[in-house]
Design a binder for this molecule. Structure first.
Ligand code: BGC
Length: 540
């Protein structure tokens, strides 16, 4: 079975390892903690867990600054714990996907320390990009609002190129153009870049040999640098193509998921899906209500899944249809939220409003990815403290979506036995915060709805990714037909909404809240949703 085959039918669950379950009372989540909660994860009906980086790291960027790719960070456990976790998950039909930080390391990585402590270029080829003086323009100017070049703390003189924070030096995968005037620009076939490509393969092989099913690749298209950003992305994609060719022979069935959309190069695509990222406008047009601050990446617009009913699904549907038109059958991942921005329950959006969003997420033709805690409606906690690089700028605080999982009403919401001031992040202080225990046996809970929807997705092929998706009514309610046999309708706004789209006589209601069917009219109360089996064709 190819990786894409199982991914197509999968529901993913993203676990932020430091915030899920702390087994040893140090205030930080760990792998044994996850193992202890695998029955819960299985009960959600998910098929794969994506872990954010859990490798050795000084945690300047919460683990996206890796100092040893081949070692689980001691705070999370050991390599053996990871193998135990993979086996225990597999026994429950769940695959494990790790996060590969391919474009940069930590300054503490031995590769960087080696080059930092040298007096000049490595005769085997530099793994990082060093220059004596940053160029005055282009790559000398700005990356994400801060200088791209960082002065070397020595002994090696000069500057190194970073990829994100200063403590994350960019690995050298070469440049799209070389120029004798800027000798620090290696070609992509130079010894340094080639060493790095081979090292990526070794890292992948190391973890695949331990049973993981694949990788989400951080900043996947940031490998090759260039003055023409698009050309550089295409060249990065060619490296992934090379890696995919090697995987197809050595580790067939491995899933590779990029952070973001894979650039089209005319070649066979290297990744198994496109990811419509939380920070992309398409995702934001559905869910981002500004409650987590303002992202600089796209214009703020009303979110479709908000009570005011001022949003639109057009941008999202347009992007999804464009991908399908480009590459029929191409998988597209869509998450409820992720570790980089908000949560489904954010700003003015309340728990009662989540049913419509979750029904959409788990019945649309994308591959759903649930962010831990969204299945019980955990909220983005505003004002959470800056931990491990969570605050990127005054309006961009990622900590609010990274707070500890809320298991029950015991101390620290059952996340940890540590003193509260030792927790990775404070628990949501709201006394009404949702917990797994409170929702566990409540058939009206968000958790019960998620379980019902994932079970339906498993039972009904028409609701999975590979069947057709046709929009029948684009505004409020949003109504679409799946596989010709099922109709889904969601009305995330406060006001009721109706659509004349379906002959109701033959409808079987599989899931519904606030649904009223009469003659040819489908009506949903505010915050209503419905999944129907139909045997007739929809009206025009
Ligand atoms: C990750 C972030 C991280 C950054 C740098 C992103 O894409 O999702 O959490 O800070 O890459 O590695």
């Amino acid at each position: 079975m190819s990786g894409a085959d199982w991914l197509a039918d999968a529901v993913l669950y993203e676990i932020y390892p430091q915030s899920f379950a702390d087994s040893d009372g140090d205030g930080i989540g760990d792998l044994p903690g996850v193992i202890a909660h695998l029955n819960y994860v299985a009960s959600l009906g998910v098929d794969a867990i994506w872990f954010n980086p859990c490798f050795a790291s000084p945690f300047v960027d919460a683990g996206y600054d890796v100092s040893d790719y081949l070692r689980i960070a001691p705070r999370y456990g050991t390599n053996d714990d990871l193998v135990r976790l993979v086996d225990a998950a597999r026994a429950r039909g769940i695959r494990v996907i790790l996060d590969l930080v391919a474009g940069h390391t930590s300054v503490e990585h031995a590769w960087f320390q080696h080059e930092l402590n040298a007096s000049g270029p490595d005769p085997l080829g530099d793994r990082y990009v060093w220059c004596e003086e940053p160029p005055a323009a282009g790559w000398g100017s700005d990356l994400a609002g801060t200088p791209a070049w960082v002065r070397s703390p020595g002994p090696r003189p000069g500057y190194y190129l970073k990829n994100f924070f200063d403590a994350q030096p960019a690995l050298n995968f070469g440049w799209t153009e070389v120029d004798p005037a800027e000798p620090w620009r290696d070609g992509t076939d130079a010894p340094g870049p080639r060493r790095n490509v081979e090292s990526l393969k070794e890292i992948l092989a190391f973890w695949l040999d331990r049973g993981v099913a694949g990788f989400r690749v951080d900043m996947a298209f940031s490998l090759v640098k260039g003055y023409d950003g698009e050309a550089a992305q295409r060249r990065s994609a060619a490296i992934w193509r090379e890696i995919r060719d090697w995987l197809d022979v050595s580790y067939p069935g491995t899933v590779l998921i990029p952070e973001g959309r894979e650039p089209r190069t005319g070649q066979r695509l290297a990744f198994d899906a496109d990811f419509l990222l939380v920070i992309y406008g398409e995702h934001a047009s559905l869910f981002d209500n500004g409650g987590a601050g303002l992202l600089p990446f796209h214009p703020q617009r009303p979110a479709y899944f908000d009570a005011d009913g001022a949003g639109s699904t057009d941008l999202f549907v347009g992007a999804w249809e464009a991908i399908q038109a480009d590459d029929p059958g191409r998988l597209v991942l869509l998450s409820s939220a992720d570790h980089d921005f908000d949560r489904l329950c954010c700003g003015p959006r309340t728990a009662e409003q989540l049913g419509a969003a979750l029904t959409f997420l788990l019945t649309w033709g994308t591959v759903p990815c649930l962010y831990y805690g969204d299945e019980i409606g955990m909220r983005y906690v505003p004002g959470s403290p800056d931990v491990e690089g969570a605050v990127c700028n005054p309006t961009y605080n990622r900590a609010g979506c990274r707070t500890p999982m809320q298991w029950d009403r015991s101390a620290n919401a059952g996340f940890s036995t540590a003193e509260p001031d030792r927790l990775y992040l404070p628990i949501d202080p709201d006394p009404e915060r949702p917990t797994v225990a409170d929702q566990e046996d409540d058939p009206a809970s968000t958790l019960a709805l998620v379980r019902r929807l994932t079970a339906l997705r498993r039972q009904v092929p028409a609701l999975r990714t590979r069947s057709t998706t046709e929009v029948l009514h684009a505004s409020y309610p949003f109504v679409y037909r799946r596989g010709g046999t099922h109709v889904v309708a969601v009305n995330p706004r406060r006001e009721p909404a109706t659509a004349q789209v379906i002959s109701i006589d033959t409808a079987e209601v599989l899931v519904a809240q606030g649904l009223r069917l009469s003659a040819d009219t489908l009506a949903l109360d505010g915050f209503g949703y419905a999944v129907l089996a139909v045997r007739t064709t929809a009206a025009d």
